[in-house]
Design a protein. Structure first.
Length: 402
């Protein structure tokens, strides 16, 4: 294993993952991954007939493909694959996994891969008394990592429809051309970051959707700047120029209110007696969970290592705090929200490219050379205003410097 001072790894060799960060099943998507088919075919022989593994070929291949895709993404990003073990996480018809067609068969397949030596696994646990626990985590073993390394060296992780040569939007092709031509490093700090040499080539951007119809997700992934801490990002230079990072304040709450034709007034995460960070966690839990019970459970059982449990009553407080958008809680609103914020990002990037400006996207924030900060602010403002006005909402929002 080779580990750098910044926690990055060389994605062409075996690794031990950062257990505090994970790739989740609902973020992987269900789009086929042609470049991983050979790996899937090889592992199909391994898992077929194992205890608990489905006999139906279609069901088995579907879940094996998701497992391999998740393990690959986790390996590529130096993380682990997090997946729940309880049956209810897969059987709830309003749940994200059920809606994505992901069943508990995943557990059986990963278990079979572990027995065969292709996967390492850390079992989840739950303290029935406190309600605190962790989901299962898995990562590629020294037997599987070389196969992923061969896939990585062959090219992209996989090609989603928007990355196909004929279907890729012109702006995305132009964006990747611009990123490929730009020198993106840490300026004067580069000599102090030898790990950058191992990841500086990761500049090709792709979009990751959560469904084949491309109605959910769609955010940009692939850039090395997305995989470093904010404290490191402030040193990023583009073609030798120092940079600035801007983002939308409370973008998702702003979009939810706009969808109702309303302006968000004040800080949506401000609740007396609770920290802003915990309120934000509770707000997101209410968006992501299937019901209030699951939201409370998510707050009691933080999924990240070292995270402190949050008072589960805060979920009820958040719902009461936002009656105007209460219908969006527990409704899988995350699906279209991520689609909308990725659409906003696409338009901002395209507008800047028209002026020869290369921006580095990190979901709802953007990095540009300091001399172009006014251009970025204008592109962000115009794009967000257009979307809000189209929904009949006043264009009231905030842009922050990070």
């Amino acid at each position: 294993m080779t580990e750098t001072s910044a926690g990055e790894h060389d994605p062409t060799i075996e690794y031990f993952p950062d257990m505090s960060h994970s790739v989740t099943l609902d973020s992987i998507g269900t789009i086929p991954a042609p470049s991983l088919v050979n790996v899937e075919d090889a592992l199909l022989v391994v898992v077929r007939g194992a205890p608990g593994v489905a006999r139906r070929e279609g069901l088995l291949r579907h879940h094996l493909a998701i497992a391999v895709r998740g393990l690959y993404l986790a390996w590529y990003e130096g993380k682990c694959l997090a997946y729940p073990g309880r049956a209810s996480a897969y059987s709830d018809r309003r749940g994200r996994l059920y809606q994505l067609g992901i069943g508990r068969q995943i557990c059986a397949i990963i278990g079979a891969l572990e027995v065969a030596g292709y996967v390492h696994r850390q079992a989840g646990w739950l303290d029935q008394r406190t309600g605190v626990g962790r989901v299962n985590r898995a990562w590629a073993s020294e037997a599987l990592a070389p196969w992923f390394g061969a896939t990585y060296r062959a090219g992209l992780p996989w090609k989603v429809p928007e990355m196909a040569a004929d279907d890729q939007p012109p702006f995305l092709r132009a964006y990747n051309d611009a990123l490929g031509a730009a020198v993106i490093d840490l300026g004067a700090m580069t000599p102090a970051a030898p790990w950058l040499d191992r990841i500086a080539h990761r500049k090709f951007i792709y979009r990751r959707f959560s469904d084949a119809e491309q109605t959910a997700g769609g955010r940009f992934y692939g850039g090395w700047w997305q995989q470093v801490p904010r404290a490191v990002r402030r040193w990023i230079c583009i073609d030798g120029d120092e940079t600035v990072e801007l983002d939308f304040k409370a973008q998702h709450p702003t979009l939810l209110y706009a969808r109702k034709g309303l302006a968000l007034m004040g800080d949506p995460y401000a609740v007396e007696g609770f920290s802003r960070q915990n309120c934000k966690l509770a707000f997101n839990a209410c968006l992501n969970a299937e019901n209030i019970v699951r939201a409370r459970q998510a707050l009691r059982q933080p999924s990240e290592v070292g995270a402190v449990p949050v008072d589960p009553r805060l979920a009820d407080v958040i719902v009461e705090r936002h009656p105007a958008i209460a219908e969006f809680f527990f409704s899988a609103a995350w699906r279209w929200l991520q689609r909308k914020d990725s659409e906003i990002a696409s338009r901002i990037i395209a507008r800047l490219l028209e002026h020869g400006i290369t921006a580095l996207a990190i979901h709802d924030s953007f990095i540009v050379a300091r001399k172009y900060v006014a251009n970025l602010e204008a592109a962000m403002g115009l794009t967000m205003a257009e979307m809000m006005i189209a929904w009949g909402a006043p264009p009231v929002f905030e842009i922050n410097s990070k």
